[in-house]
Design a binder for this molecule. Sequence first.
Ligand SMILES: Cc1cc2nc3c(=O)[nH]c(=O)nc-3n(C[C@H](O)[C@H](O)[C@H](O)COP(=O)(O)OP(=O)(O)OC[C@H]3O[C@@H](n4cnc5c(N)ncnc54)[C@H](O)[C@@H]3O)c2cc1C
Ligand code: FES
Length: 283
Amino acid sequence: MFQILSKTELAQGTVVANEIMAPKIAAKARPGQFVILRVNETGERIPLTMADTDPKRGTITIIYQVVGKTTALLKSLNVMDYIQDIAGPLGRPTPIEKKGTIICVGGGTGVAVLHPITRGFKQAGNKVIGIIGARTKDLLIMEDKMRAATDELYVCTDDGSYGHAGFVTDVLREQLTKLGSEVKEAVTIGPVPMMKFCAKVTAEFGVPTMVSLNAIMVDGTGMCGCCRVSVGGKTEFACVDGPEFDGHKVDFEELGRRLTAYQKQEKEAMDLYQHKCSCAANQ
Ligand SMILES: Cc1cc2nc3c(=O)[nH]c(=O)nc-3n(C[C@H](O)[C@H](O)[C@H](O)COP(=O)(O)OP(=O)(O)OC[C@H]3O[C@@H](n4cnc5c(N)ncnc54)[C@H](O)[C@@H]3O)c2cc1C
Ligand code: FES
């Protein structure tokens, strides 16, 4: 059992950060790795990236968007409550080395996944340019942390309520045009369409690009095959071969299709959960 030490709502109650006591995982975790957790004994297993770790305190931090039953259940837990089990660290750590100038692009809760990677590139001595975006100002997360982890940070909102009005791809194109061959790598993490279009832009400039794939996962150890993705025409398992891959080779259409394969069951599970919650509240 893993105790929750803190709970912070980062955006309109829909994005939550939990610091959790997990000393063995915190001691081994590297940027880019994730955990798979079950909220309770009968719960499903869901993967969440470690947005931060503190090996001295023995804690890991997860940041998640409430999108369905399990994330809603997780949000219902309070400080001092316990999560049934957490397996990790899982996945390959991000290969971080000194290369020159790196552009890190994040959208939505992808910014939480991007942050430890961005910080790692900066600590390795790179010049790091950050570009983060959200649909609207109230949904933007971790601006301060990303500012501290970068040399320059550009903020975008789709509706123009804060920062640059428009998509992260606009600013990415501007920076690539301005900096040219100075940029050695791009990292882009967020919704599938955002990663796909960022990778299209960087391909025009010939800049190697890493994306982090949020494929549906079950065991997280390469045994069930649920998380398979196509990269350069080859089948890879996101849990053990990734979650990061060459963005210029990923079949994003297939990933998008596989992510929506269980929408009917997910909606039914959420409806039932909300019904049970409202019945309990009325008793
Ligand atoms: C390696 C990895 C790291 C991730 N890190 C984060 C993170 O740091 N923060 C965050 O908010 N989200 C993260 N996700 C996505 C997160 O796992 C899903 O949002 C979560 O599983 C949704 O569960 P639910 O029951 O609340 O929603 P549901 O209603 O069950 O599903 C909503 C959508 O979430 C996706 N999903 C559902 N079940 C799974 C599953 N078992 N594995 C993967 N995706 C699933 C599907 O696209 C689905 O349509 C990550 C996914 C992966 C693969
Ligand atoms: S989650 Fe089962 S093989 Fe990757």
